[in-house]
Design a protein around this ligand. Structure first.
Ligand SMILES: Nc1ncnc2c1ncn2[C@@H]1O[C@H](COP(=O)(O)OP(=O)(O)O)[C@@H](O)[C@H]1O
Ligand SMILES: [Mg+2]
Length: 260
């Protein structure tokens, strides 16, 4: 049994009354404590899958088990608990502009009624971990993209999640900041053992951070396995296209990531 086990997941939307099949039988197995890469082009269904895993979206059929708990069968109260254990970080950071850094990080603890003193201890702890101890009074408007994502990561960590869903977390950042954020995520993974799903259309992010990955195309995984193996010997059209981009990168003497 895998830590995250997804079986035959389907989800359709009905924009303008017409059926759009977005997830078409997703199967996935992820081991505890890894950083697992999910790559796919824009529109492949990556964010929909992430939103199903934390139940912001309800799939039409299939199953999602996390640590042997079928999260599609949870009642309201259990679902709230589940959500607290599955944190998410986003491309657009999703910070509250009217709250300072401290208040942004504290938010998940505030809404579940954690006492102020405990909130302060934990916020100070995660702020230090992400390197923002001196920015707690700042507002998002005064931060760089990298700092904003550090706030996003601190907020994700504050409630000691089991899983972090990283949905294009570095896609809005410049290459150098991207590396710093990926290093931070790797460090957090190593220290805390949190399982990270790195969902992205950016090949380099996966190459740098993950040993295993899956390729999403038209709502199903068409390739899964070792990152190096997939890029050296892609079996799918999407995998091939990504491998081609990688080769062009290497031909142009771009620096190699650590993952391959
Ligand atoms: N709430 C929704 N209503 C209608 N269509 C949606 C909704 N969410 C996503 N979609 C559609 O589903 C497809 C996959 O979207 P998404 O999961 O965001 O893909 P990705 O994250 O891989 O770019 C897109 O065609 C998108 O327009
Ligand atoms: Mg997306």
């Amino acid at each position: 049994m895998s830590y995250i086990e997804i079986r035959d997941l389907h989800k359709a939307f009905y924009p303008h009354g017409e059926r759009l099949d977005v997830l078409n039988g997703v199967d996935l197995d992820i081991e505890k404590g890894c950083i697992y890469g999910i790559i796919g082009f824009s529109g492949a269904g990556k964010s929909t899958l992430a939103r199903c895993i934390n139940r912001l979206e309800t799939p039409d059929s299939g199953s999602i088990k996390v640590d042997d708990v079928d999260i599609l069968k949870l009642g309201k109260k259990e679902l709230l608990k589940h959500r607290q254990k599955i944190a998410m970080i986003f491309q657009s950071f999703n910070l509250f502009d009217s709250r300072n850094v401290y208040k942004n990080i504290a938010y998940p603890l505030e809404i579940i009624g954690v006492p102020k003193k405990n909130i302060k201890e934990r916020v100070d702890e995660v702020a230090e971990l992400v390197g923002l101890s001196d920015k707690l009074d700042s507002y998002p408007g005064g931060l760089s993209g990298g700092q904003k994502q550090r706030v996003g990561i601190a907020r994700a960590l504050v409630n000691r999640p089991d899983v972090i869903l990283s949905d294009e977390a570095t896609s809005a950042l410049d290459p150098q900041t991207t590396l710093q954020i990926l290093d931070l995520l790797k460090e957090i993974n190593k220290k805390s053992g949190v399982t990270i799903l790195m969902i992205t259309h950016e090949l380099d992010a996966i190459r740098y951070s993950c040993s295993d990955m899956a390729v999403l195309e038209e709502g199903r995984f068409i390739e899964k396995g070792n990152v190096k193996g997939i890029f050296n010997n892609p079996k799918s059209r999407t995998g091939e296209l990504f491998a081609k981009v990688l080769k062009e990168f290497q031909d142009n003497n771009f620096e190699e990531g650590a993952g391959i």
